[in-house]
Design a binder for this molecule. Structure first.
Ligand code: ZN
Length: 242
């Protein structure tokens, strides 16, 4: 199945580049630049991703449909040059690949991007839920840009409130959130996801995850939630302790 995904300036010059070094493991093919630092770290990188893959399997109960192709660039400049976008870590759904910048300062490893690809078997819910799931598996303790989750959740609560949450369930609502508030929104999506899983169980959460999509309205998502969890939305929200 082809999944619609928007990546700004995306291009596939990385497929034409023939300087990639390769390392293949059970669930990945790592394509990396001939760069001293990356070469020294490639075994460490592959171990971290294979461990992450096991963590995802434990959580979701499913494995990759096929090997995930990792593309590892030493700089934002080179990532931008070959795939169009400088962001540190991105998964490309239709290509089943993950693109990362890896150097002394930037090391975005772990389960987050891989979760996006592996969970495609469940479908493609609005980003709020996809990011919530990826962050939940990547560890609730993980810091975001050096700041704790608590810090971001507090910041989110200073500007928004629990009752406004459903505005961000829909794809447009999520895409319209300010770029400089990603720490706040990723943390709040994680908090809500962990709450749903804790209270209603993983299977019910996955059921919801499979039933919702990016074309739905707030009303449709909230209605689906009430049907899956057998609880009024108001009650669901008021039980959520942030
Ligand atoms: Zn993500």
């Amino acid at each position: 199945m082809l999944y619609k995904q928007f990546i700004k300036n995306y291009k596939e010059d990385y497929k034409k580049y023939n300087g990639w070094l390769k390392k293949e493991t059970s669930h990945y093919i790592f394509n990396y630049f001939d760069n001293k630092f990356i070469k020294e770290h490639i075994n460490r990188i592959s171990k971290i991703q294979e461990n992450s893959n096991n963590k995802i399997f434990e959580f979701l109960g499913i494995r990759n449909a096929k090997k995930i192709n990792y593309y590892i660039y030493p700089s934002e400049f080179l990532k931008s040059k070959y795939m169009g976008n400088p962001i540190y870590a991105q998964s490309v759904y239709k290509d089943y690949s993950v693109h990362i910048v890896y150097n002394k300062k930037i090391r975005p490893l772990g389960p987050h991007e891989d979760t996006h690809l592996i969970s495609l078997k469940f479908g493609l819910p609005p980003s709020f839920f996809a990011e919530g799931l990826a962050e939940s598996i990547a560890s609730k303790k993980r810091f975001f840009n050096g700041k704790s989750r608590k810090y971001f959740i507090k910041k989110w609560l200073n500007k928004y409130d629990k009752d406004s949450l459903s505005n961000f369930f829909i794809q447009k609502g999520w895409l319209d959130t300010p770029d400089n508030e990603s720490g706040e929104f990723y943390s709040i999506a994680m908090s809500f996801t962990l709450y749903l899983i804790k209270v209603f169980g993983k299977e019910k959460f996955f059921k919801l995850y499979k039933k919702i999509n990016r074309n739905m309205t707030i009303k449709q998502i909230v209605y689906t939630m009430e049907k899956v969890f057998l609880m009024d939305y108001e009650q669901i929200i008021s039980n959520w302790k942030i």
